[in-house]
Write a protein that binds this ligand. Structure first.
Ligand code: AHR
Length: 517
């Protein structure tokens, strides 16, 4: 890291919060709340642009170090995120994907055009067995989206048989012949994708009809595993799918099939087509994007309110399986490949959304950021053999202790952060008791100009060391590049809880996560 950046980071970490009093923040350790399901930290890897080909899959004969065709550098970095599930093959691509094109020896793979994403020809070298190998290599699980738009119920049922049945069945035998005797574990099954749009332009009633067929006939054959079925739900604020899917679910609770979740897609995008720049922006653009992303909270509230009418016991999960920032594509890139840089703003944006999900943990038990590598708000960018970790990657790694943690109530009054017409909360914080019993606290400072001193009250915690990391940057549009991969990286911090109090000074536009030891 260049010396000047180091110095800046040091200054903001230790400087007082000029002109503002310390924020009193209380963590109620005696009132454990909901579990924050680890599946909220899921990811999405569509066959789109260089998200798979180049980003994850390079093929066995590549000069880029790989394990059975999967990049070692990318898989290694992803392993550190403890990703609970990966959604594949789409997105829009799922409704044009025919899985039989992507199984068997290389000579049998059938290249097909990717109509949604630039019309490029996909070799189908990366198919079901390669995807399952990938999730295994990164210690994750499969969330498969079946083709409802241009496929058939039988095609989807056969795919599930290929993946989850034993070798006594036709497709199980085929899988064994392809080198995988034991059935795979499919943790989640998405029944279509955006069926109101690229997934088939279906009305809510048309989709509900399809949903019943797919939910009933696409079986999980592997009785060793639980598999959740997720219906297509709303995109943004429209509620027709929410009503129709929940009604279908309720009407059919006595039948021999069910669904476990309904998806919600919502990008931080502004007007369509995406035009906000991913780099080279100022504080006002930063505040505008964050104000937009905070709408996720009311969106979840409004869909949850409808779900509550049909499902007051909250059996169905609201699965936010596409979320994140969608900006103008990187100049010079193929616009259909949805490549964009990822800045400190995206780190703050990611933390805010994860915090929102945690406040709706009773209903939001699963989410997938879009997307994993090289596409939209990615964790990782690659260029040939080069790889760089984005600021969003660092937030996901810092938040690992929150996976399956028990949330603890947090109260604070930090005031507002204003930039021109944009009016935002100044701070955002969550706390939880991690699986190892320790307390973990995340504080996001939205204010791009001022650090904040946070005086944290941790009732019942006597003297304890606290360790953590703080992710800040010289400017809100700071990014990591292949040339300068460490411009935005977390810095280790430590503090001590004395008589139940802990003081942290968090830099402007930063994300800080600390844990008691
Ligand atoms: O993530 C990119 C695209 O956004 C997905 O393919 C689609 O589901 C959504 O519209």
């Amino acid at each position: 890291m260049p010396r000047v950046v180091c110095l800046l980071a040091f200054v903001v970490l230790t400087a007082p919060a000029f002109g503002r009093d310390a924020v009193e923040l209380a963590v109620d350790t005696a009132r454990p709340g909901m579990k924050l399901d680890r599946h909220v930290f899921g990811q999405f890897a569509e066959d789109l642009g260089t998200g798979l080909y180049g980003g994850i899959w390079v093929g066995r004969s590549s000069g880029i170090p790989n394990t059975r065709g999967i990049r070692n550098d990318v898989a290694g970095a992803l392993r550190d995120l403890h990703i609970p599930d990966v959604r594949w093959p789409g997105g829009c691509y799922a409704d044009e994907y025919h899985w039989q094109d992507g199984i068997g020896p290389a000579s049998k793979r059938r290249p097909q055009p990717n109509f949604n994403w630039g019309g490029v020809i996909e070799s189908n070298e990366f198919g079901t067995d390669e995807f399952m190998d990938f999730v295994d290599q990164i210690g994750s699980e499969a969330y498969i989206s079946v083709n409802v738009g241009s496929g058939t119920v039988k095609e989807a049922a056969d795919w599930m048989q290929y993946m989850t049945a034993d070798a006594g069945t036709a497709w199980g035998r085929e899988r064994a012949a392809n080198g995988h005797a034991a059935p795979y574990h499919v943790a989640m099954l998405g029944l279509g994708n955006e069926s109101w749009d690229c997934g088939g332009h279906m009305s809510a009633a048309e989709y509900s009809f399809q949903l019943k067929e797919y939910a009933k006939f696409v079986h999980n054959w592997n009785k060793q595993q639980a598999m959740q079925k997720v219906a297509v739900g709303p995109g943004g604020a429209k509620t027709d799918y929410t009503e129709a899917v929940m009604k279908t679910w309720k009407d059919n609770t006595d039948w021999d099939w069910s669904i476990d979740g309904m998806s919600l897609h919502s990008y931080t995008v502004g007007k369509w087509p995406p035009s906000w720049p991913a780099t080279g922006f100022g504080e006002k653009d930063y505040a505008q994007v964050l104000q937009e992303t905070l709408k996720m909270d009311e969106l979840i509230q409004s869909h949850s309110a409808i779900m509550d009418q049909y499902d007051p016991q909250k059996k169905m999960s609201l699965v936010v399986d596409e979320w994140g920032a969608w900006y103008a594509p990187t100049k010079g890139s193929n616009p259909s490949f949805l490549q964009q840089q990822n800045s400190q703003r995206d780190a703050v944006l990611a933390a805010l959304n994860l915090n929102i999900f945690s406040r709706h943990a009773d209903r939001v038990r699963h989410a997938n950021i879009a997307q994993m590598v090289n596409v939209l708000q990615a964790m990782i960018l690659t260029d040939g053999p080069k790889m760089v970790l984005t600021p969003t990657y660092h937030v996901f790694r810092m938040y690992v202790p929150f996976q399956d943690a028990t949330l603890l109530p947090v109260t604070y009054e930090a005031g507002r952060y204003h930039v021109d017409e944009f009016d935002l909360p100044r701070l955002d914080a969550i706390a939880a008791r991690a699986l190892d019993g320790r307390i973990v606290i995340a504080v996001t400072n939205l204010d791009a100009k001022n650090p904040a001193t946070v005086d944290i009250r941790l009732e019942g915690v006597s003297t304890k060391a606290v360790l953590g990391e703080s992710l800040a940057a010289a400017t809100v549009d700071s990014v990591n590049t292949f040339e300068e991969p460490r411009k935005v990286v977390p810095k280790a911090i430590s503090a001590t809880v004395k008589n139940g109090r802990l003081t942290l000074t968090v830099p402007p536009a930063s994300v800080t996560v600390v844990k008691t030891q």
